[in-house]
Ligand binder design. Sequence first.
Ligand SMILES: Cc1cc2nc3c(=O)[nH]c(=O)nc-3n(C[C@H](O)[C@H](O)[C@H](O)COP(=O)(O)OP(=O)(O)OC[C@H]3O[C@@H](n4cnc5c(N)ncnc54)[C@H](O)[C@@H]3O)c2cc1C
Length: 393
Amino acid sequence: MPNQTTDVLIAGGGVMGCAIAYYLLKSNETIKISIIEKDSTYTRASTTLSEGNIRIQFNIKENIEMSLYGLQVLANFGQEMATEEYVPDIAFRQQGNLFIIDEASQETAKQGLELQKSLGCQIEWLEPEQVKTIYPPYNLLDCVGATFGSTDGSMSPLDVLLGYRRKAIALGATVIEAEVSHLLKDRGHISGVALTSGEILRADVVVNTAGPWASKLAQTVGVELPIEAIKRQVYAVETPLHFEQILPMLLLPSGQYCFHEAGGHFNTGASLPDDPVTYDDFSWSRARFEARLWAGLVKYLPDFDRLKVTQGWAGLYAVNTLDGNAILGEWPELKGLFLANGFSGHGFQQCHAVGRYLAELILDQPPTLDLSIFSPQRILDNKPVFENPGRII
Ligand SMILES: Cc1cc2nc3c(=O)[nH]c(=O)nc-3n(C[C@H](O)[C@H](O)[C@H](O)COP(=O)(O)OP(=O)(O)OC[C@H]3O[C@@H](n4cnc5c(N)ncnc54)[C@H](O)[C@@H]3O)c2cc1C
C-alpha cells in the first residue's frame, strides 16, 4: 500500500462502502481508510430504502455464490460485527421466497433450479396445489408451479449497514461527513477526491460506492458507466386477512412482489417500464398503485380487493443498463479507481461478497470467490452478462 495519510478513500458510505472498509481492515488493520458520506442519516440511500431481501434464486452461478456467502455471514452477523458498545440485531427471518412460475418462465426457472441445486442450495419445485398450501391467498392463475427457496429471507437493511459501519470504525476507519464533488486523477492514475467544501483528499486508491449517484461521480474523471438512477416505489398495505405465521415473499409472474410483514400487513411493489430516471425525486404516489398495480395484484390475490394503502416510499435503483448486474473491480483505463456499482435492485444481499472481493482486489490478494464475470472490462468490450431479467427485483 502507498505510504500516505490515507491509503483508501471510499466515496459513499452505504452498505457497500462500509462492507468494503470492514473487509479491508479485517485483512489488514494498519490500512488507513476514510469513508466519505454526504448524509449519515441515510434518508436517500438505496440501502435503507430497500426491502432487505436475500435469495439464492438466481440464474448466474456467481450471483448464487454471492448469496450463499451472504447467508453464511448473516448466520453470525451480530457476533462478527460486535464492538464494545454495540451488537447489531438485524432481525433476519428466513421466511423463504416463492416465485410463481408461468408457462413463459418455466424453462428459465427450471434451469435456475438445477444450477441452484448443483451448488447445494435449498430449493424445491412446488406443484400448483402445493403453492396453495404454502401461500393460501394465491389463486393459482397462470401457475404451472413455483420455486421455493427456504433459506431466502429478509432483514433490517439499516442494521446491516450500521453493523458494518460501526465495526469498520472500531477497526480504525474514519467517516468524513462531506460530499465528494469530483474525483482527481494524475497521469492515468486516480489521485484523490475533491469535496464540495473545496478540501482535497489524496489517496492512490479511491472506491466509488456512491450507489445511484455512482455514474455522476465517475463522469468527473471521464469514466462513463452504464448506470441510471431509476425511481422505484413501495406500498405498505393493510388487508382484512390475518396470518399468524409469516408467509414467504411472493413473486408473481407479472414481476410484482408481495412481502408479508405481519398479520394482514404486506409490502408490495413492481418496477414499471416508465419509472423515471431521477437523482432527487423521492415522492411516492398512491394513485400509481391504484391505477397501475392494484388490479394486477387482485388478479393473483383476490382477497386484496379490499385493502388500505397505509404508507409508501420511493427509493432509487442503480440500474446497470448494459445487463442488470454488478460492476466490480478496477476501471481498466484509470489505475486505482475501483468500482462497486450498478447493482440494479439486488445489491443489498451482495454486500458481504462484494465487500470481501473488493478488499481482495485492492490488496492484490487472490479472490476467495472469483467474480471477474462482473469486471468493468465487459463494459468496454460491450459483453453483457445477463441474469434472467424477469427475476431482477
Ligand atoms: C425500493 C428498493 C428495494 C430494494 N430491495 C432490495 C432487496 O430486497 N434486496 C437487495 O439485495 N437489494 C434491494 N435493493 C437494492 C439495494 O438497496 C442496493 O443495491 C444497495 O443497497 C446498494 O448499496 P450501495 O451502498 O451501493 O448504495 P447506497 O445505499 O445508495 O449508498 C450510497 C451512499 O453514497 C452516498 N453518496 C452518494 N454520492 C456521494 C457523494 N458525492 N459524496 C459523498 N457521499 C455520496 C449516499 O449518500 C449513500 O449513502 C432495493 C432498492 C430499492 C430502491
